[in-house]
Design a protein around this ligand. Sequence first.
Ligand SMILES: Cc1ncc(COP(=O)(O)O)c(C=O)c1O
Length: 410
Amino acid sequence: MKYVVPYSGISNRLGDEEIKAVTEVLGQDTLAMGPTGAEFERRLATALGARHAQATNSCTTALFLAAQVLELQAGDEVITTPQTFWVTTWPLQARGVEIKFADIDPDSLNIDPATIEPLITERTRSIWVVHYGGQAVDMDPIMDIARRHGLTVVEDCAHVPGGTYKGKTLGTIGDIGCFSFHSLKNMTTAEGGAFVTGNDRYAEMARALGTIHTWGEMAERDDASIGPHRQPAYYRDAHVRRSYTHDFAGGRYLVGNNYRMSELSAALGLVQLGRLDDLNERRREIAARLDEGLREVPGIDVQREKPYARHIYHLYTLFYRPEIVGAPKDDFIRHLQEVEGIEIVIRYFPIHLLPEFRAQGHHYGECPVAEQTYFEHQIQLPIYDHLTEDQVEHMIGAVRRGVAKLGGHA
Ligand SMILES: Cc1ncc(COP(=O)(O)O)c(C=O)c1O
């Protein structure tokens, strides 16, 4: 089907500047681990007001780094939201960490701080929040809970590069912030992400563990031979300290992985970072027009911007009220898709109901607000910088027509 408003695979149209930047990098002496990535990290840290920023090849890998530097392990518990892309919890599941699901605020769809504290046990180590759809989680009460219980806080910032909470840049409030620059995100490096922290130790660990080094203590043997061989003097690459050139007797250390961003992505990122404020502003303008056109439609509630947040609308969410319209949400979505040609992708199926969590005993009824909101109310319309005015107006008309038709008024 050819959609009038497709769900675009790219968040913003790239232009001459991006093409020039990427083309120039192709002439560099290296396409990996070079000066462009280092510059991107410096500029990103400055833009976010972060002490440390490390570029990664995705938000997923930044989240894997977060779980590793926090040394979370089987037996530990982490509290998070069910309203996210399932990859938020994947690094935790991979380490055997038990997930506890809090519930959400039905308007922001962000984790509801009031539902966190009852889940805390002596095994709880960390709270992982997700700034859903471009709008900040209410961080103050969460940081307060974390301080009182000695917990770390990780912010999944995949949807919020440049979003703020009470004027503070998201990703710099908790212990670690993880960003995504995937093609769909508000700014893109094709694939890419970042690990951001104000903690020197986490930064040092992440630098080693995200770049295939090891981190920790190694016991070096005193004698300078390896088996019958003399210690080689000529290796330059260091696995850890001098492990290529010295014999090691053991030690406790963590082994890293290759989570590095390429120079091509970093070149793209530098240009996109320079455009980020404008890109976010454009999304706010589109959202404001949609809000204006839809606010008065009976059976439709637009999402309110929380007073503490600057919403940057990675997603444009609205809430359908089946009891007012007189038809279930699915019928309305079918109308938007099939009659009006709007490609609807709803984010996200509550993840505590995914098979791997059900197998662990998670069940329907555990997060009533997230469940009711997802199954009955939550809808997203496509939003990206290259939506035309006609497409925006078409969406407003389509929602109005859909409500009228399903309600028997058309
Ligand atoms: C909330 C959230 N976290 C993490 C990710 C993973 O990002 P990436 O594709 O960069 O690994 C996504 C991607 O859509 C996401 O929406």
